[in-house]
Write a protein that binds this ligand. Structure first.
Ligand code: ADP
Length: 174
């Protein structure tokens, strides 16, 4: 059993309501807003968020960029761009892992301790939830081993996704 497991948890909810140091946004290359969780985050943060995003020059797949949280309860938003599953081919797992790793690195560089993630790429971008969850948990686990002062929450929109995350986390306890 790893003690790092105590620093990761899966919960069901709307990520825009989370009062943490940073929520992660599953954004697109433009960083100028979109559908799904991206749209929800921009609506809840208010129009100042897109104004700051306009100054960032977009983001590549697997990269991460930070902004303030504006009207969100979260202090910051870390915008990452997940792979489009049907287009990324064999690079999809590494690109998805990079989203989690880079987001956590950006959080650490900014002194942030609590980070909440949505299930990146598993909506419109089509990444199968089971394999995406395996990558999310493993990448966060490896990062937290080196950063014991940080905490990760996986915010699942659906009960089904929550069940997948809980099963994956349980496998680390055994
Ligand atoms: P992507 O384009 O990276 O696939 P989506 O926004 O389409 O991003 O979906 C990513 C995940 O975010 C999906 O599991 C979706 O159900 C979930 N999601 C959508 N809205 C919210 C929200 N408000 N809070 C948390 N998760 C959300």
């Amino acid at each position: 059993m790893s003690s790092v497991i105590e620093s990761m948890k899966a919960v069901q909810g709307d990520i825009t309501k989370f009062e943490v140091d940073a929520i992660v946004n599953a954004a697109n290359h433009t960083l100028l807003g979109g559908g799904g969780v991206d749209g929800a985050i921009h609506r809840a943060a208010g129009p100042e968020l897109v104004e700051e995003c306009k100054t960032l020059g977009g983001c590549k797949t697997g990269g991460a960029k930070i902004t303030k949280g504006y009207n969100l309860p979260a202090k910051h938003v870390i915008h990452t761009v997940g792979p489009i599953y049907s287009r990324a081919g064999g690079e999809a797992p590494e690109l998805l892992a990079s989203c989690y790793r880079r987001s956590l690195e950006v959080a650490a560089e900014n002194g942030l301790k609590t980070v909440a993630f949505p299930a990146i790429s598993t909506g419109v971008y089509g990444y199968p939830i089971e394999s995406a969850t395996g990558i999310a948990v493993k990448t966060a686990h490896d990062f937290l081993e080196k950063h014991p002062d940080m905490e990760v929450q996986f915010v699942c929109f659906s009960e089904r996704d929550l069940a997948v995350y809980l099963k994956e986390l349980k496998s680390y306890r055994e």
